[in-house]
Design a protein around this ligand. Sequence first.
Ligand code: PEP
Ligand code: MN
Length: 364
Amino acid sequence: MTTTIKTLHEWGLGNGERPLLISGPCSAETSTQMLTTANELQEAGIGIFRAGIWKPRTRPGAFEGVGSKGLRWMQRVKSETGMKTATEVANVRHVDSVMGAGLDMIWIGARTTANPFAVQEIAEALKGTDIPVFVKNPVNPDVDLWVGAIERLQTVGIKKIGAIHRGFSAYETSIYRNPPMWQVPIELKRRMPGLPLLCDPSHIAGKRNLLQSIAQKAMDLNFDGLMIESHCNPDEAWSDKNQQLTPADLKVLLNSLVIRQVTPEGASAETLEELRSQISFLDDEMLDIMQKRMEVAKAIGRYKKENNMTILQPKRWEDIIESSLKKGDERNLSHRFIDKMLKAIHEESISKQTDIMNEGMEDQ
Ligand code: PEP
Ligand code: MN
């Protein structure tokens, strides 16, 4: 058992095995929705039930949660299924209601973590309590702000603190709702090695088909657990419907995960697996960057077409090669490698731009 999994187990969360699993709907909607989902999750082997009672929404007018009556449904879930219960708190009033209802775990949402005043008030309201508190990353990729929120809780004497990685808001379009930027949680873990760290693939993905690969990556990076949204009827969910799974589909996803150990029996701490997972993670980042680069190349192609410019602009290409070779030197990358890599990228850009130039030609 790793130290952090042992810590979670001591807090009454999980069975001492990785990953710790938390699931349930984005929002509490009705008592039937809560109980049906919880019963199905319990059958699927999930020990901790989540539901949002108060929902921070980006735009006004969206469903903002059922409010404290949802806490009574949480209590029923707890007594009827034996599951532990968890919800989000965003202010002192939420803390007081949740403590009164006897829930087992709370988390501070991404928008709240970004606000030091709000976190300070929540920390003070929690003073003297024993409930495990999980801090989601702030919406912006600022590891200091994340650490700062955790420190505010530590300063008032709270001992059971964990973190949840849920990705970061982005202006650019991406396949993710909130791009994971894995280097940020990795840095948090480096700074606070004893802190249990969970991943929330649902809010990173924003859609079902990405959940499995994100969850697997979190496992490969040795995260302690997963919080994944589920709903008895996801297509009818009142919030985040594209990213919620049925409990049965969640079970399929969980069964597909390969759970690797940091140090298998007889292996040294710096195992090959650990290094390989770092390589895979970096390769994936590189592919994401390539995708973005090709989108930009296409935009340039459209510009060139509209302005009747040639695809190949030799001066520009020479400049790129020259400055990249220099940057490569600073990074200890050989000229031969830089040259080959840039040529391959350039070839792909040119082919994307050629497609754009030729668009509509076959009709003429
Ligand atoms: C949630 O967990 O439903 C939620 C609102 O998450 P976040 O704070 O990560 O957006
Ligand atoms: Mn949600």
